[in-house]
Ligand binder design. Structure first.
Ligand code: NDP
Length: 449
């Protein structure tokens, strides 16, 4: 396992000191710096002018109060965040997360990852991320709307189609984007469609954006499997989570001839050996906003629901963690490998711990890191911006065709970079270096800003 090169170590120590207690951010920076030692040896110019120090420091961090009134008339206070990480390649771009676990360190790690991911897509977008510690669970539509309106009342002044373009993430889907866009439009008196992505199709959204992250992750894993002469056909897959990313991952796995047999939420996991019934899962999750245990109850016999233990104990050949960060640890990795795993595609951001990644790599498992594997969502957001700018609207097939091409290019550029740096098949190294070089080259052209 590569360690941080001694020339880069002081940079990491500085990150630790200046961002004390932000463990997820430390983890994300450490993984990237571990990949950069060989780049600096070959191209020392990338370390000039404190370029790597600048890449680790967000351009701007905004923290604000979000007051709102619940259905009982009680005033509630949450905290809002937007970390505008890097705009060398284009306007800041990255989702908003509403979850009680959100804090500045989590948003910073997500914004840092997003910068390299967005570069990997080859589209003109910088990196950012935002959100709130607001918990949408159990809140009425009216409460969600009032929260979104209050959140946007502060955030709007920092956004713009050429400045910063948020999208959804955990807890932020089509309903929330609609409320956020409505308030932005009202405050600015502008129909600036390109200021948010993930919009509804009836007001400027792109076809295939909802499906894009999950579909893209499956395209990426398919490309990895082709390098070993295999495919999804007949393979058992386990997909954690049951939100936007997980559901469309399952859909595409089934289209590719695989069988997704397990999924989860924060209250447990289900195993359906016949393959997950996607229509039922969508009904439970999107229409009823229910739990996976409701799926088990409605589907009837043969579905196992567990509130305890790990979904990664379910034997499978393909694992696609699609819930949240650090949800798959070293012990889970060992179990998966023992049970015949061949490939992992990270749908969520940083779902595997460093120990898990090390074990996958040592066991020669195909491992698609989040930056590359889940980049289809933001790539399709960039396609949405393109359609908004040209006042055009493409068919589902056309948009998905472009998504598939982008995922293949991302796969190939990661694989080629890994080969070039003497680590064939190491997609972690390939993704980190490819993303870094694109951002770094732009930053070098722009001077010290
Ligand atoms: P959703 O809110 O639609 O779904 C999240 C799912 O993960 C839910 O099933 C949720 O369960 C589960 N989950 C979330 N947090 C936890 C937790 N702490 N413990 C256990 N389960 C949890 O979010 P998305 O599907 O959009 O996002 C999932 C992941 O994919 C995130 O890491 C996100 O950053 C990443 N991602 C999303 C993109 C997108 O386009 N949406 C793009 C790229 C990456 P419960 O409902 O019980 O909380």
């Amino acid at each position: 396992m590569p360690r941080i090169d001694e020339k880069l170590l002081p940079i990491f120590e500085d990150v630790l000191r200046r961002n004390a207690g932000e463990s997820e951010f430390h983890q994300a920076v450490e993984e990237v710096l571990e990949s950069l030692g060989c780049v600096i040896s070959k191209h020392p110019e990338y370390a000039d002018n404190a370029l790597i120090e600048r890449i680790c420091e967000p351009e701007r961090q905004i923290i604000f109060r979000v007051p709102w009134v619940d259905d009982k008339g009680q005033v509630r206070i949450n905290r809002g965040f937007r970390v505008q990480f890097n705009s060398a390649l284009g306007p800041y771009k990255g989702g908003l997360r509403f979850h009680p676990s959100v804090n500045v360190g989590i948003i910073k790690f997500l914004g840092f990852e997003q910068t390299f991911k967005n570069a990997l897509t080859g589209m003109p977008i910088g990196g950012g991320k935002g959100g709130s510690d607001f918990n949408p669970r159990g809140r009425s539509d009216g409460e969600i709307m009032r929260f979104c309106q209050s959140f946007m009342t502060e955030l709007y002044r920092h956004l713009g189609e050429y400045t910063d373009v948020p999208a959804g993430d955990i807890g932020v889907g089509g309903r929330e984007i609609g409320f956020l866009f409505g308030q932005y439009k009202r405050l600015t008196n502008r129909y600036e469609a390109g200021v948010l992505t993930g919009k509804g199709l009836n007001y400027g959204g792109s076809r295939a954006r909802t499906e894009a992250t999950g579909y893209g992750a499956v395209y990426f894993v398919d490309q990895m499997m082709r390098t070993r002469g295999t495919s999804f056909e007949g393979k058992r897959a386990v997909v954690s989570g049951s939100g936007n990313v997980a559901i469309y991952t399952i859909e595409k796995i089934h289209e590719f001839g695989g069988k997704a047999i397990a999924c989860s939420d924060s209250s447990g996991y289900i195993v359906d050996e016949n393959g997950i019934d996607l229509e039922l899962l969508k009904e439970v999750k999107f229409n009823r906003r229910g739990r996976v245990r409701d799926y088990a109850a409605l589907r009837g016999n043969g579905v196992h629901h567990s509130e305890k233990g790990s979904i990664w104990a379910v034997p499978c050949e393909v694992a696609m963690p699609s819930a949240t960060q650090n949800e798959l640890d070293g012990t889970d990795a060992q179990t998966l490998i023992k049970n015949g795993l061949i490939a992992v595609g990270e749908g969520a951001n940083m779902p595997s711990t460093p120990d898990a990644i090390r074990q996958f790599q040592e066991a020669n498992i195909l491992f698609g890191p989040a930056k590359a594997a889940n980049a289809g969502g933001v790539a399709t957001s960039a396609l949405e911006m393109q359609q908004n700018a040209s006042r055009d609207s493409w068919t589902f097939e056309e948009t998905e065709r472009r998504l598939a091409t982008i995922m293949r290019r991302i796969h190939d550029s990661c694989a080629e970079t890994a080969d070039k740096y003497g680590a064939p098949g190491n997609y972690v190294l390939g993704a980190n270096i490819t993303g870094f070089v694109r951002v770094a080259d732009a930053m070098r052209s722009l001077g010290v800003v």
